[in-house]
Write a protein that binds this ligand. Structure first.
Ligand code: MG
Length: 311
């Protein structure tokens, strides 16, 4: 689940031994291990949910798979009854299931999936009071366009992993956003405007906002330096073939997206399709640690394969 650029994020109530850097919580290694337990439940749920993505299934079937897997892992679904950021209806499901031109926060329904549709599955879990958040995008099997869709999804993973690889202590977040936008734009895709990653820990959405491209004001007002103990949900959203634009100031213009009448589902224009991928990542003294890594991560292996990256 992402946050909108207009959404203000606050750190949750401070626990006695918790450190902060400004408004950003710094987690101990024990806390990171606890978040990783929630991350393992998220990863297991995403693996099961992928099997539910097939022609003729509904997005409610995908949500049911997520609920079953989280319960089996002893985790609470963190998105059920998640409060709407501006006072609308609470989120009703365990997973956001976004299809086609829906980019994030799709509400599961009786909608039937068709071969070749792109489906983003975004899951949050809570274990022992700690949260993790991750997303995958998969194509509904059975399409003649499968190879092009899989290549697009691989570009999204490559974008995410290029950003994660830079999550070293001392790195500026804006340089990570710059790297992700270079990869996505270099592959010929746009990115969605206005929806960002975020801090995560006691709550699903904590300070800071972590955009996946260099938004206006990121370098001047909202940038931050990574420190050991920061835990961030990183979640680029690519729009296939919608060429990204970078201004002379290095700031990118994204593809506009609107929230639908249900108060949740975020869409780009008809005819466009998006891929949304996300991991919860801890910054440690020895570099990034992915806390939502799946055991059967075949769909991500191409992105870890050492292909040279632009920029
Ligand atoms: Mg998120």
């Amino acid at each position: 689940m992402g946050v909108h650029s207009a959404q203000s994020l606050t750190a949750p109530p401070r626990s006695p031994r918790e450190e902060r850097h400004g408004s950003i919580a710094l987690r101990s290694s024990e806390d990171v291990a606890a978040i990783e337990r929630a991350g393992a439940a998220v990863a297991a749920a995403l693996e099961l949910a992928e099997f539910a993505v097939r022609a003729g299934a509904t997005t409610l079937d995908v949500d049911a798979a997520v609920r079953t897997a989280l319960a089996a892992a002893g985790a609470e679904p963190a998105f059920v009854n998640y409060p709407h950021p501006t006072g609308g209806p609470a989120f009703p499901a365990a997973a956001c299931v976004s299809v086609g031109n829906e980019v994030v926060h799709g509400v599961p329904a009786a909608r039937t999936l068709r071969a070749g549709e792109l489906v983003s599955i975004d899951v949050g879990a809570r274990v022992g009071g700690w949260c993790a958040d991750a997303a995958v995008t998969v194509a509904v099997p059975g399409s003649s366009d499968a190879a092009a869709l899989e290549a697009f999804i691989a570009d999204a993973w490559e974008t995410l992993h290029a950003g994660i690889a830079l999550m070293q202590p001392g790195q500026r977040w804006s340089d990570i956003a710059d790297r992700m936008q270079r990869v996505a734009f270099g592959r010929g895709h746009g990115m969605v405007e206005g929806w960002h990653g975020h801090g995560i820990g006691r709550a699903v959405h904590e300070s800071p906002q972590a955009p996946s491209m260099v938004t206006t004001g990121l370098r001047t007002d909202r940038d931050f330096t990574l420190l050991p103990g920061m835990v961030l949900a990183v979640e680029p959203i690519l729009v296939m073939g919608a060429h990204g634009i970078v201004g002379t100031d290095g700031c990118a213009t994204g593809v506009p997206a609107q929230v639908g009448a249900d108060g949740w589902t975020v869409r780009v224009a008809d005819g466009l399709v998006a891929a949304h991928v996300e991991h919860t990542v801890a910054v440690t003294r020895s570099g990034p640690r992915i806390l939502t890594r799946r055991t059967r991560a075949a769909r991500e292996t191409r992105t870890d394969g050492g292909r040279s990256l632009p920029g």
